[in-house]
Write a protein that binds this ligand. Structure first.
Ligand code: ADP
Ligand code: ZN
Length: 615
C-alpha cells in the first residue's frame, strides 16, 4: 500500500524534482504580461492551471476565480487549451491511479468480511475474485461426438443407459404417463473401464450439453468455495436443460460423514450438503441427469444413495475376452493392420486389461510400427506393446554392474521357479532382468482366462511366488548378503496375507469373521475390536507368512541346480518367456536367440494391469 501511495504522489510534483515547477499566481500573471508564457491548459474541474513557458519549461499554478484571466491570456498571445474534465483518458487514469490503493483496501475489507460471514453457507460465489465460479467445461452438443458405437464390450451398462438417452431426446413421452426418470445415476467401476466414455456417449447420442467436473475440483482450500461451485454448476445446467452433468470421482466429496476417527472436513461436508440440496431442488422431469463415477461406492455417504438422488447404480466391469476383442476392434478402426494380426488372440492374451489399457496397447503398437517405418501394424508390434503396457518401458540408460545383474537374475529366477512349482499359479508370461519402471527385473504372470474369484490355494501360491526372490538370494549369497530388492515382494505378500485373515475369513483361529471397516481399513485402532483379538490377528498373519516362507525355502533348496541354470540363461538372454523357463526347467535346450531390440523405450506408458501378478 505504501509503495502504491508513493507511486501516485509524483503527479503532484512534490516527491520528484523532475515534475513541473509550481509557481504562484502573481508570478504567473507577471510572466503572461511579459509574454513569457507560450500556452496554458485550463481544467474545468479544478483551479489548477498547467502551462509552458516559451523556454519550454513546464509549470503549474493554482488560480483564483479570475474572470478576466482568459482575456489577459489572449491579449498576450498565449495559446489557451481547455480540458472539459469529463472524458479525458488522462484525467480518468490519473484519478484511478490515485484512488486505486483505497479502492483495493475497501475491496479487500468487503471480501474478507463476506467470507467470514458466509462461512456457514458457503456464499462467496461470484465474490470480488470470482473464486466460486464452477470450473465446469461446457461442451456444446455438437462437440460431444462420442456415440454408443465408440463404447464396446460393456453391453449391460450400455443397455441400462439407453433409456436415459430416450428420455433426454423426448422427455414429453415419459412425462405424459407420469413416469419418473432417475435424476442421478452412479457409475461404479475401476478406472479406465469407460465410465467417462459412457457419460459422454449419452450426451452425444441425445445431443444435449455435457457438463463434466471432477469431485476433486470441489475440494478447495477456502471453506465454502466447493459449495458455491456446486450451486453455480446447477444454476448453469438449469438454464441449459436438458443436459447431463458428469461428476467424476464423486468419492472425493461424497465420503460418508460419520467418520469421527479420521477427523472431519468442513469444506467437504458443506460441498456434499450443497450437492444434496441441489439434487433435491429440481423436479424429476426437468431434464437434468446427473451421472457420477467412482470406484469406491462403499465409502459414499448413504444420503447420496437415497431415492431421488443417486439411486441407480450401474457397474462398469473389466471387459471379458469377447469384450476386449470388441474394444480392440473399436480402437483399430483407423489403424492399418497387417494380415497376421488376430484381435481374438490379443484379447485372449490380455486378461485383466481395462478399456483404457487396450486403447493404450493399440496406440503403442501403432507407434512402434510407425517408428520402424512399416506400413501396417503387425502381431509382433502388438506383442511388444503388450509387454510395455504391462511392465513399463525399459530403462536402457540405467547401467547395472555384472554383480547387480547376477543378483537380480537369481532373485527373479527364484520367483520364476516357485511360480512353476506351486499349485493353481497363473502361468509365467515373461521373466526379465532389464530394468523397467522402478524395478530391476520382474516376473510377470498372466491368468489363462478371466477370473472372478480366487481360491485360498491360489492366494497362498501368490504369497509364495513373492517370496521366491528373497529365498533364492539367501540360498545363493548367504543370509548376510540379502538385499533391499525384495521390499515390493514383502509388501505384496503381507497385503495378501492380511486380507486373507481380516477380510476373507481364512484363519481357523479367528473363523468366519470380518475385521475391516467400510473404507477397507483394518479395525486395529478402533474400540470395535479387543486387544486380545488384535494380537491374534497379528500372530495369525505372521504364522501364515512364516509357514509360506519355510515352504518356499524348501522348494528352492530342492531345485537349486535348476534355479542356477535358469539364472545363467537369464543373464545371457535378459528376457525369457514362460515357455522358455519351462523348457530349461525340464532340461531341454532353447532354440537360437531371436530376441529383437525393443526400440520403444522413450514412449510414455499407461498404468500396469494386474500388478499383483508382477514380482
Ligand atoms: P473411466 O472414466 O472409467 O476411468 P474412461 O472412460 O476415461 O475411463 O476411459 C479412458 C479411455 O479408455 C477412453 O477414452 C477409451 O479410449 C478407452 N475405453 C475405456 N473403456 C472402453 C470401452 N468399453 N470401449 C472403448 N473404449 C474404451
Ligand atoms: Zn522380487
Amino acid at each position: 500500500m505504501v509503495v502504491l501511495l508513493l507511486l501516485t504522489n509524483p503527479f503532484d510534483g512534490k516527491l520528484l524534482s523532475s515534475g513541473p515547477k509550481e509557481i504562484s499566481y502573481s508570478s504567473f500573471i507577471k510572466a503572461v504580461s511579459g509574454g513569457d508564457v507560450k500556452e496554458v491548459l485550463i481544467r474545468n474541474t479544478s483551479s489548477k492551471i498547467t502551462g509552458m513557458f516559451r523556454s519550454g519549461k513546464v509549470f503549474t499554478t493554482v488560480a483564483p476565480t479570475d474572470l478576466r484571466m482568459v482575456d489577459r491570456f489572449l491579449e498576450n498571445g498565449v495559446i489557451v487549451k481547455v480540458d472539459s474534465g469529463e472524458s479525458g483518458w488522462g484525467y480518468l487514469i490519473s484519478a484511478l491511479i490515485q484512488w486505486f490503493p483505497i479502492l483495493l483496501l475497501i475491496g479487500l475489507m468487503i471480501y474478507s468480511s463476506r467470507q467470514m460471514q458466509s462461512g456457514g453457507k458457503g456464499g462467496i460465489g461470484g465474490g470480488p475474485l470470482g473464486i466460486g465460479k464452477a470450473k465446469t467445461k461446457m461442451f456444446q452438443p455438437k462437440k460431444v461426438n462420442v456415440t454408443f458405437n465408440d463404447v464396446a464390450g460393456i453391453d449391460e451398462a450400455k443397455q441400462e443407459l439407453e433409456e436415459i438417452v430416450d428420455f433426454l431426446k423426448s422427455p414429453q413421452k415419459f412425462q405424459r404417463l407420469g413416469g419418473k426418470i432417475p435424476r442421478g445415476v452412479l457409475l461404479v467401476g475401476d478406472p479406465g473401464n469407460g465410465k467417462t466414455l459412457l457419460a459422454r456417449a449419452i450426451a452425444g447420442e441425445a445431443s444435449v450439453p455435457f457438463y463434466s467436473i471432477s469431485g476433486s475440483d470441489f475440494v478447495e482450500v477456502f471453506v465454502g468455495v466447493g459449495a458455491s461451485r456446486v450451486r453455480d454448476m446447477f444454476e448453469n445446467a438449469k438454464k441449459n436443460s436438458p443436459c447431463i452433468i458428469f461428476i467424476d470421482e464423486i468419492d472425493a466429496v461424497g465420503r460418508r460423514r460419520d467418520n469421527f476417527m479420521r477427523g472431519g472436513n468442513d469444506e467437504r461436508e458443506q460441498t456434499l450438503n450443497q450437492l444434496l440440496v441441489e439434487m433435491d431442488g429440481f423436479e424429476e422431469n426437468q431434464g437434468i441427469i446427473i451421472l457420477s463415477a467412482t470406484n469406491r461406492p462403499d465409502i459414499l455417504d448413504p444420503a447420496l444413495l437415497r431415492p431421488g438422488r443417486f439411486d441407480r447404480r450401474i457397474t462398469v466391469q473389466y471387459p471379458d475376452m469377447s469384450g476386449r476383442e470388441k474394444i480392440l476392434t473399436v480402437h483399430v478402426k483407423n489403424v492399418p493392420l497387417a494380415h497376421d494380426v488376430n484381435l481374438k488372440t490379443i484379447a485372449r492374451g490380455t486378461p485383466g486389461f481395462s478399456g483404457a489399457e487396450l486403447a493404450n496397447l493399440v496406440n503403442e503398437a501403432a507407434l512402434l510400427a510407425a517408428r520402424q517405418n512399416n506400413l501396417a501394424v503387425t502381431m509382433k508390434d502388438f506383442e511388444m506393446a503388450k509387454d510395455k503396457v504391462i511392465m513399463g518401458a525399459e530403462r536402457k540408460s540405467m547401467s547395472m554392474t555384472d554383480e547387480e545383474k547376477k543378483f537380480t537374475a537369481y532373485h527373479e529366477s527364484g520367483h520364476a521357479l516357485v511360480a512353476l512349482l506351486v499349485p493353481q499359479c497363473d502361468p509365467i508370461h515373461k521373466v526379465t532382468i532389464i530394468p523397467r519402471g522402478g524395478a530391476l527385473g520382474m516376473v510377470v504372470r498372466l491368468p489363462e482366462k478371466d477370473k472372478i474369484s480366487v481360491s485360498k490355494t491360489e492366494l497362498m501360491s501368490n504369497i509364495m511366488v513373492a517370496m521366491g526372490g528373497r529365498a533364492a538370494e539367501e540360498l545363493f549369497f548367504g543370509e548376510k548378503n540379502i538385499t533391499t530388492g525384495a521390499s515390493q515382494d514383502i509388501k505384496q505378500a503381507t497385503k495378501i496375507a492380511k486380507n486373507m485373515i481380516i477380510k476373507w475369513g481364512m484363519s481357523e483361529k479367528l473363523g468366519f469373521r470380518s475385521f475391516y471397516d467400510s473404507e477397507g481399513y483394518y479395525l486395529e485402532a478402533s474400540d470395535q475390536i479387543s486387544q486380545q483379538t488384535s494380537e491374534i490377528i497379528d500372530s495369525e498373519i505372521k504364522l501364515l507368512i512364516d509357514n509360506a516362507y519355510r515352504e518356499v525355502k524348501k522348494i528352492v533348496t530342492k531345485n537349486r541346480d535348476k534355479l542356477e541354470i535358469i539364472a545363467t540363461k537369464l543373464i545371457e538372454r535378459e528376457t525369457l518367456t514362460g515357455d522358455e523357463v519351462k523348457t530349461i526347467f525340464e532340461g531341454g535346450e532353447l532354440p537360437e536367440e531371436t530376441r529383437q531390440e525393443d526400440t520403444m523405450s522413450e514412449f510414455k506408458l499407461g498404468g500396469l494391469p494386474n500388478d499383483s501378478k508382477i514380482v
